[in-house]
Design a binder for this molecule. Sequence first.
Ligand SMILES: Nc1ncnc2c1ncn2[C@@H]1O[C@H](COP(=O)(O)OP(=O)(O)OP(=O)(O)O)[C@@H](O)[C@H]1O
Ligand SMILES: [Mg+2]
Length: 328
Amino acid sequence: MSLLIAGSIATDHLMSFAGKFSDSLVVDQLDKLSVSFLVDDLEVRRGGCAANICFGLGNLGLNPVLVGAVGEDFGDYRAWLERHNVDCDSVHVSTTKHTARFVCTNDQAMAQIASFYPGAMSESREIELAPIIERVGPSDFVLIGPDDPDGMLRHTDECRQRGYRFVADPSQQLAFGDGELIRQLIDGAEILFSNEYEASLITQKTGWSTDEVLDRVGTWIVTLGPQGVRVDGRGRESISVPAVPEIEKVEPTGVGDAFRAGFLAALAWGLDHERAAQLGCLVAVYVVEQIGTQEYTLSRSDLLKRCTETYGERVSADFEPHLKTIHP
Ligand SMILES: Nc1ncnc2c1ncn2[C@@H]1O[C@H](COP(=O)(O)OP(=O)(O)OP(=O)(O)O)[C@@H](O)[C@H]1O
Ligand SMILES: [Mg+2]
């Protein structure tokens, strides 16, 4: 069995400017705006939701299949992901566009000038899932994460038509998508992932009540930041799982993706939703403690130790036989 993870693959190029942008802006000349800032730092970080989730799954010892579109510049990033157990053989490589890129400069006053170039991502609508499943064997789940909206719709439709079990994870696209798009992306999903704010966006934009959403998806996982996570299902009692206390809060970007990796890994091992939520919280806390979304190291011994400290020995014992992390 395999896990197909579809969604964005991108890099973030982050720069910092030691002055203030506002000192260089002439208010009555904005129609002729032309400014350039000498920046003293450039950080390139690997990201994109699908790549982040695959990185987490690969670190836990699974062999996820990344589904998304990139440019010919993907070589180094591909090598990095493959070193972390990610199957990149079905990634679509555009011949004309670069990999999606977020370029952002911050100044000292925390003002920000940023651009997002989706680039090759728009070609994810050209990807068909069936040949991928033919190559890797039947899938446990196809996760459909934020991506080019036409690509997301195509994957979701294909899952419904061919009867592939799918996980809806529209996150950032909920802010841009209208009710019709969102209804199509979640209807029939086996699992729906969102945070609390996105949960409100879903009910507000679709016009469906919480119960009506639960009628259409098997399980709705709502992450609650430092408060942990709630797992809801129609006619089932909600399960609440507390987060893992962080040692040091550095930067939370990417916690949601790491949570999904832990959750899906536990499901792939045949564990229940409570264990899945616990493993999700465990992987997520490592991201809180690092800058960047793929900079953490999961060691088997540390993961089990923190698991025992937070959730007890019985939970660790359930994970232990399955856990084949890259790092001992
Ligand atoms: N400060 C924290 N300390 C420990 N765990 C955290 C913290 N923040 C988040 N988490 C864990 O990460 C999970 C996901 O967090 P959250 O609900 O903030 O996701 P999100 O809003 O989708 O994040 P993002 O989109 O920025 O990645 C939570 O369920 C929790 O387990
Ligand atoms: Mg999120």
